[in-house]
Design a protein around this ligand. Structure first.
Ligand SMILES: [Zn+2]
Ligand SMILES: [Zn+2]
Length: 646
């Protein structure tokens, strides 16, 4: 049979050769490192025989596919350890997650697993991994699977099996542990060299709060000790940078149970930061021909029935708002798009008017389960830096390029140096699910690819990742800790113009449908600020930070002078405050350093007499004495240098 490699080369192998053997034939070193393989676009175990001409990709640790199989296999290892330590334990599900894995288990009557037990379980996992047990795959009938798991009293597994179709059931066994699973897995648990169980939590069986509560154990594993050590250091650093912690220390935002779960309250300093970001983007958008609009925070239910949102998301949304008037129903706005469609429709449009670019910092409301809420990254109310571009099909490429320029300027201004883009296109085969004509899709997909080429943006193409209503481009940034965040989306939409009957008059005097493009460079202000905090650890660029300087009088005697300095600086466009607490100067310096205010200005007798300030720059140390105006000039020119490109 012919095996095609990712570089296009083709080699002949005997039928029944496994991916592992193919790796071995290339080099023993590759065979030692490869963890799982993609055969004909499907991820599979290394030791499954390949029976026909196939394309193959061998995955080492650095590939997400390998990590996924590695962590998923680790959940089996955890389950095996639990079986030995807590006989009678029942298993729910044990998936890989973004970083590591978990297993949901029902512990025997009276048994509790606490954080303090994790070390013992970890030890058992190391012991079992040391046995280097192979994972053995079996295809069995539904009836056999039912009997096998029922005999072991695995009531959660039998519930899962009862929902499966016959003939598709596989089990995997390592040592004395057998799991219902479709794979893929590592060939051998011996590849798992470093193990850390991270936490224990409660989780309802199948996420249903009416079902029993299970114990969820989280962990992470690696093929090398060193990788685990690095991960744990990163985790410590991430804790220090947690936006919820820094947001509190810097007094940026808060939450109140009284106001409601998942509803952020922006404090004055956070508001200042957010408004400055908004001003920055508004300025850019103005330059790129956007028009600012404002729409209400609620809309008639019929609006979202028309847009299709009600049908698709209505079940999991806030309930409709009724009025004293019979039959009137409103929804909290979950999206700005339908409102903008109606603005587009408010006047007749000709091909010469396009593109129409409508922008709004639009606040939307989406219901999230309370357990899913997390700081500013998962909230129930957030503001999108939204815009909708209505254009002709031949304008898509230009519009994409312009939005990409805006996004790249933002990344530069905020020092996101490490980013990549993903182009999401249609599935190559299965095309019935997409709405819009073949010709339009072809054009739009090509336009996005060319826009990336012309701007020199590195982008990966993913087939089958497009929404049903159009292709899109997503930006992923890596923060200072190497974590990936999705920020910024540009999305083509053929659906809403159809549903809202949007039109323009073409050069041919006929009516045509415009193409709609949704775009949000920040995504939402909430999420973006959270990512920015974690990326910068609260050390925002000088142009953006809410407070650029703090004046520290060395004793109460100089409070008045310090006040004068702060007022003078504010007049000169420097955002300065004073620290007038009755504390020692050393303490004041330390406290204000923690607040990440870039400049500390220390004033005592000498400064008060000479009309000067003693300047310290965070992270750089003493900058010497200077007059108040000199200092203001220095800060302003530093800021101007930063923002001269935007
Ligand atoms: Zn599995
Ligand atoms: Zn939209």
């Amino acid at each position: 049979m012919k095996i095609t490699f990712p570089d296009g080369s083709v080699k002949e192998f005997e039928k029944g050769t496994t991916a592992y053997q193919i790796a071995e034939s290339i080099s023993p070193r590759l065979a030692a490192e490869v963890l799982v393989a993609t055969v004909n676009e499907k991820i599979r175990d290394l030791n499954l025989p390949i029976e026909e001409d196939s394309s193959i990709k061998l995955h080492k640790w650095d590939d997400p596919e390998a990590k996924h199989a590695f962590w998923h296999t680790s959940s089996h290892l955890l389950a095996e350890a639990l079986t030995e330590l807590y006989p009678g334990v029942k298993f729910g599900i044990g998936p890989a997650i973004e970083n590591g894995f978990y297993y949901d288990v029902e512990l025997p009557e009276g048994v509790v697993v606490k954080e303090s037990d994790l070390e013992k379980i970890e030890k058992k996992m190391y012991e079992l991994a040391g046995r280097k047990e192979a994972l053995i795959r079996r295809n069995i009938t539904k009836a056999d699977a039912m009997k096998f798991f029922a005999d072991k009293g695995e009531s959660l597994k039998t519930e899962l099996i009862s929902e499966l179709a016959d003939g598709t059931i596989t089990t995997y066994t390592q040592g004395c542990f057998t799991d219902l699973c479709r794979g893929p897995h590592l060939a051998n648990t011996g590849d798992i060299k470093a193990i850390k169980l991270l936490s224990v939590a409660g989780a309802y069986w199948r996420g249903d709060e009416k079902r029993q509560q299970l114990t969820r154990i989280y962990g992470i594993t690696f093929p090398k000790k060193k990788l685990l050590e690095e991960y744990l250091v990163m985790l410590e650093e991430a804790k220090k940078r947690d936006h919820r912690k820094i947001g509190k220390e810097m007094e940026l935002f808060t939450f109140s149970e009284m106001v409601g779960k998942g509803l952020p309250l922006w404090l004055p300093k956070g508001t200042d930061l957010r408004l400055r970001l908004e001003m920055f983007l508004k300025g850019l958008q103005k330059r790129y021909g956007y028009q600012q609009v404002i729409t209400p925070n609620i809309g008639a239910k019929q609006l979202y029935v028309t847009s299709g949102h009600w049908e698709k998301y209505g079940k999991d949304a806030f309930r409709p708002i009724t009025t004293p008037e019979e039959g009137e129903e409103y929804l909290l706005k979950p999206m700005n798009c339908p409102h903008h469609c109606e603005i587009y429709k408010s006047s007749p449009r000709s091909y010469k008017d396009l593109p129409v670019r409508l922008a709004e910092f639009g606040t939307v409301y989406r219901y999230e389960q309370s357990g899913e809420l997390h700081g500013l990254t998962r909230v129930r109310c957030f503001t999108q830096d939204d815009a909708h571009l209505f254009c002709r099909p031949d304008q898509i490429k230009d519009e994409f390029i312009k939005v990409m320029e805006i996004i790249l300027i933002i990344f530069k201004a905020l020092k996101f140096e490490n980013f990549e883009a993903q182009i999401s296109l249609r599935d190559k085969v299965n095309r019935e699910k997409y709405i819009g004509s073949e010709e339009n899709w072809e054009k739009a997909e090509q336009a996005i690819i060319e826009a990336c080429q012309e701007t020199g943006l590195k982008a990966v193409v993913e087939y089958g990742e497009a929404a049903f209503y159009g292709p899109k481009l997503d930006f992923m940034v890596k923060d200072a800790l190497g974590r990936r965040w999705q920020l910024g989306t540009i999305q083509v939409d053929y659906n809403l113009p159809e549903r809202f009957g949007l039109e323009y008059t073409g050069a041919d005097n006929q009516k045509h449908r415009p193409v709609m493009i949704h775009r949000a460079p920040f995504g939402s202000m909430e999420r973006f600020v959270a990512v920015l905090i974690e990326h910068t650890a609260g050390k925002f660029p000088l142009w953006l930070t809410p407070e650029q300087a703090v004046v520290l009088p060395i004793s109460e005697k100089f409070n008045e002078y310090a006040q004068q300095v702060a007022s003078r600086l504010n007049l000169l466009d420097v955002r300065a405050i004073g620290d007038f607490r009755d504390e020692k100067i050393g303490r004041k310096i330390r406290d204000n350093e923690l607040k990440h205010i870039p400049y500390l200005l220390i004033v005592g007798a000498e400064e008060a007499e000479g009309g000067t300030v003693a300047v310290r720059r965070q992270g750089e140390g003493d900058k010497g004495k200077m007059s108040i105006d000199e200092f203001a000039k220095m800060v302003n020119s530093e800021v101007n240098e930063m923002i001269k490109d935007f």
